[in-house]
Design a protein around this ligand. Sequence first.
Ligand SMILES: [Zn+2]
Length: 496
Amino acid sequence: MRKKRFFTSSFAALCLLSATVQGQSLSAHEEYLQFAQNEDGEIHLDDGRTLFYTVKSRSQVNGVEVIRAQVDDPALAEFMDYSSFIITLDHDKQEMSGYLETGSGQFRLQSPSDGNENVFWRKIKPPKMDDRILKNPDTSFMGRLNQEAAGEKDASGRYVIDVFIGFSEQAAQDVGNINTEAQMYVETVNEALNNSQIEGVYLRLVGVGVSPQNPGVVTSVLQDGKEWFKDDIARYAPDLIGLVQRPTDAPGSAGGWGNVPGDIVVIGAPWPGAYRHEVGHNVGGMHCKSEGDTGYNYGFSVRQGRGTAQCGNDLSYYSSPLIMDDEGNVLGTTHSQDMARLWRERSAAMSANRIHKVPFPGETGGRYRMQNYWRADQFLHMENGGLESGAIEQGWWSAQWDIKAVGQDDYVRICNRWRAQACMNVEDGGLQAGAIESGWHSAQWKLEPVEGQPDLVRIRNRWRPDQYLHIENGTPEAGPIQPGWFSARWKLTSTD
Ligand SMILES: [Zn+2]
């Protein structure tokens, strides 16, 4: 809900000037300003190279600005319309995360350390051990699951796969800002989907968390992690869970692990690129195809150092026979290496691992308090069982209301958080909050704006459009109102 526009102060300009003077390495704040302000620029890698970048897109997600950029890297010149550079900015804290893939290695923005306040684009050392997967010869989940699942789409018609990222305390320390970091992981997948022209689906970060547990990047985390973060999982209802650990010497350690297919992965904090690979396993993807393998769910490698996410993970692509580089190399085959097809077929099922609780973009939804404008001390609640208005206490779930859109229409249902079966309706004539049936128009409401008072709404019934929610007579009712009644104006305050 970030509204404020980011700076125009002379202070910012000063910082930029000093950045120019300092030359090759910048302070964390200067590096942040460079990306906040400029549509292109240069980055200095710790292998001595300087690369130029151009911003391709900027978007705001959960108060984090996501930048995708194209890098002028001669070693990747054969890929057209390809982005391999992700920057995520936290404008409130003025911090950032960054992940860059070049033709010769992956880099991340390394925070200052050892008394040195400057940051570096540091080459990521691949983990000593790759992940290994248990091969499931039963590939019947491919295609089938998609047909069975209804899927969850946003207003644009795309499937939304909600993601929760849980860090260990140590991993959180290593990465710095967990909000920009987690958003960056999610964007590595979205970038690869984009590059691979897999449309109609995207990952959305819905929550982050921190836990003291850090056994390392081992398979036990795939079970135990759901227990560590069970409250977050209940709250955010993610379709995918990503766990981030500081690597340890524990037996069975790897760069990352993911269930195939599944809803959970674990990666080591030093290796952001592992996330894209492990999520590919969750979708149902396997590694490079070997002799005797069947199915089309494999990664593809053009040659050494040119592998898609499941097979080498050098490039921000999932395998696809529809993608061809400038030199005529195709990044997949229709018979064996077509992760793009698997993604398309599995999107619906993946988006419906859990019913989403965080409203989709543009969707009216969330948990709200409903305060009357005429009597500001009067809130709607069900603390005593029935629907009432009155003073409430901060912690009362009975005074919190889920307001959710009904299908694609302009109407919402209003249901109590504490008594989840109790939804406002006028089915029996008078206003009540109780169990409803899905088709009832009497339980659907339109939130109408009040002219000149943008933070207030009138609440009008769909079945009986002359009826509005009001407390003109002291208690909650639905009925005809006069335009001037303050008692029929409501302030909805998000409780998130
Ligand atoms: Zn793997």
